[in-house]
Design a binder for this molecule. Structure first.
Ligand code: MSP
Length: 639
């Protein structure tokens, strides 16, 4: 592998769910690493993608009345759109349904088979579909999945097994000899005890479902979804074509970023598969923590409260990127609360960084005719500022090596604090008042702007869109991500005489009232969804909803709110009683196409048998009919 290359990956995301803040977290972290490594001069390959096979995806597709490929094609677009919106700079996007991947999985499987590490046997045990994990009765005595606590299913079928037990000692030795192989250290210890407790052979094929890649020599077997998924890391490098240039150049991966829940698959299964295939194992596997939302485990309804698209539309992309990496040490669990988010954005981005740009550039504009002045002799705090800036580059480099994003940002913010303090101490506004202090004023403003150029280079991997604006406001040519830190990170490279472009506020403050409004709204949404019982798709399907056309409508005598309707539901005409006379005149109802619940138990209202119900929204005094937006025949099923 070339020394100047760097390969970083995210997990590939299941397409049974749309992207949420947890997915955004890993992908943003990987993007920051990729961007940082690029400006240190490395040749980077940054891979993300989607995991599209397996029983879970197959089942979700069926529940939604789609075939799995259709579901995958639809959801994959949601991931791609979000990554674009988050400024993710991935070099490749792998889908496990790509022909290149399918071929690689089969080649890899065959290689492990040819090495004598795969045999046919009988599998009898438990399977958790949501986690796509096998369990034994001893591991799950109550038959609930030890990871997600949901019920498992009993599986009894012929299966190919991988001789994982054979690699137990070799894997343990590798982990012990390479302290950086599994990080953080707590997670490394977990894996060490897991491996020490004994590795069993692993079932790696299934015969009872369809959606996956076939075992090359025995197509009645589908390759286990985790065996399939893990191979993505090499199929994207073109491994199927023999160990070509890309593979030689980038394998082994420098870091697989993953969440703590999928550590065992990456730190035990994957390295043993690779050992069997005679390939080097990745250099580092980093298991980050999990986000909760407003103190609670993220559920589908709560995920909605912190839907990444919604946060980006409301606050912009960089505040979200910044918050995710600054708030919580990478590796630990964290909580996403709107209050914490707004506080961080206002204090770090708007106050510290945003104000520095505003005040400094306004002074260059006002006192120096918008031109960066040339520096003269160093005095007072000048040397200390310069040293602080240079020292920050070193510190950030070390912290980025450890993936300590929060501490790297903290270190950059100490530099920002130092520049703000430098301005206060040197008081350029006072220097501007005396003609004799002009030269000193020039030096002070030069040093300030030069330190700001340094800050821009440092924040660029984290908040690239804003860094580009900061670079342009300083009057610099090109873009910060076209620079290399070893070249551009030297003091004194800001050219005197260039014109600054103070303009829009790069980090507008979130208005406190707006912030309060949002908090209230979020809390309300949380209350609305709290304790709400979820129904399955099958339960929803029990309801027979049909398009109906209202043939006639008349008021029900002595009932202010009731209308008696005759509705054609395709197969027959029904009589319905609806409580909406306070909002609709009978003649307004006729010929409207509405949605009717046709399998509702009949009820007698004011002596009239109502044979169904029509759907409407709103409260008692403001009822709006649910009608059809296009041309459709009565009787059509509403789904
Ligand atoms: N498809 C597998 C990965 C295969 S990699 C060869 C998978 N997919 S996933 O979509 O379920 O999860 C992807 C990643 O999202 C995991 O790393 C998981 O830890 C992460 N997260 C899911 N929810 C999360 C939070 N609430 N918080 C942080 N990360 C979370 O597993």
């Amino acid at each position: 592998m070339a020394v100047d290359s760097f390969y970083v990956t995210t997990p590939i995301y299941y397409v049974n769910d749309v992207p949420h803040i947890g997915h955004a977290y890993t992908t943003v972290a990987a993007d920051v690493i990729a961007r940082y490594k690029r400006v240190t001069g490395k040749k980077v390959y940054f891979l993300t993608g989607t995991d599209e096979h397996g029983q879970k995806v197959e089942r979700t597709a069926r529940e939604q009345g789609e075939d799995p490929q259709q579901l995958a094609d639809r959801v994959v677009e949601r991931f791609k759109e979000l990554w674009q919106k988050l400024n993710i700079s991935n070099d490749d996007f792998i889908r496990t349904t790509d022909p290149r991947h399918k071929k690689t999985v089969q080649t890899f499987f065959q290689k492990v088979f040819d090495n004598g590490d795969i045999y046919l046997g009988d599998y009898e045990g438990l399977y958790c579909v949501p986690c796509e994990t096998f369990w034994t009765e001893t591991q799950a005595p109550d038959r609930n999945c030890p990871d997600c606590e949901r019920p498992t299913e009993v599986v009894k079928e012929k299966s190919y097994f991988f001789r994982m037990s054979k690699y137990q000692d070799r894997l343990l030795k590798h982990i012990e000899e390479n302290p950086d192989f599994i990080n953080p250290v707590g997670r490394r210890n977990e894996i060490i005890s897991f491996v020490k407790s004994g590795l069993r052979d692993l079932s790696i094929s299934r015969t009872t479902f369809e959606w996956g890649i076939k075992v090359p020599a025995d197509p009645g077997h589908i390759i286990y979804v985790w065996f399939d998924a893990l191979v993505n890391y090499i199929s994207a490098l073109g491994y199927e074509n023999g160990e070509g240039e890309k593979f030689e150049g980038f394998w082994p991966a420098d870091v697989h970023l993953i969440g703590k829940d999928i550590l065992r698959f990456h730190a035990v299964y994957w390295p043993t598969f690779l050992m069997s295939a005679g390939l080097p194992v990745p250099k580092k596997i980093f298991g980050h923590g999990w986000w909760t939302v407003e103190g609670k485990k993220m559920s589908k309804s709560l995920a909605n409260v912190v839907e990444p698209n919604r946060l980006i539309d409301e606050y912009g992309v960089d505040p979200l990127r910044y918050f995710l990496l600054r708030e919580v040490p990478f590796g630990l669990d964290g909580d996403f609360s709107h209050q914490a988010f707004i506080h961080r954005v206002n204090s770090d981005l708007a106050n510290d960084l945003g104000n520095l740009f505003n005040r400094a550039l306004t002074m260059v504009d006002r006192y120096c005719d918008s031109e960066i002045p040339p520096p003269a002799a160093e005095e007072g705090p000048d040397q200390a500022l310069k040293e602080k800036a240079l020292q920050t580059f070193g510190e950030v480099d070390e912290l980025m090596e450890q993936l300590a994003f929060d501490r790297a940002l903290k270190s950059i913010w100490e530099l920002i604090g130092a520049v703000n303090k430098y301005i206060d101490e040197t008081s350029p506004w006072a220097l501007a008042k005396k003609e004799g202090d002009k030269e000193r004023l020039g030096t002070v403003l030069y040093n300030t702007a030069e330190a700001m150029r340094m800050v821009t280079l440092l924040v660029n991997p984290f908040i690239p869109q804003s860094a580009e604006k900061m670079w342009a406001q300083l009057g610099m040519e090109g873009k910060p991500d076209q620079q290399t830190l070893s070249e551009a990170g030297r003091w004194g490279l800001l050219p005197a005489g260039i014109r600054v472009n103070p303009g829009e506020q790069i980090f507008p403050r979130i208005d406190e009232n707006r912030a309060r409004e949002i908090s209230v709204k979020v809390e309300k949404e949380m209350v609305d969804t709290k304790g709400q019982e979820l129904i399955s798709f099958e339960e929803f399907q029990k309801m027979d909803l049909r398009v109906g056309i209202i043939k006639s409508a008349e008021k029900v005598e002595k009932a202010k709110k009731l209308l008696k309707l005759r509705v054609d539901i395709g197969t027959e005409e029904r009589t319905l009683v609806a409580g909406m006379a306070q909002c609709y005149e009978p003649e307004d109802m006729v010929n409207r196409k509405v949605v009717v619940v046709v399998n509702l138990e009949p009820a007698t209202i004011r002596g009239i048998e109502s044979q169904g119900m029509i759907l409407a929204a709103g409260d008692e005094d403001n009822i709006i009919l649910v009608t059809m937006a296009g041309d459709i025949e009565p009787g059509a099923k509403v789904r």
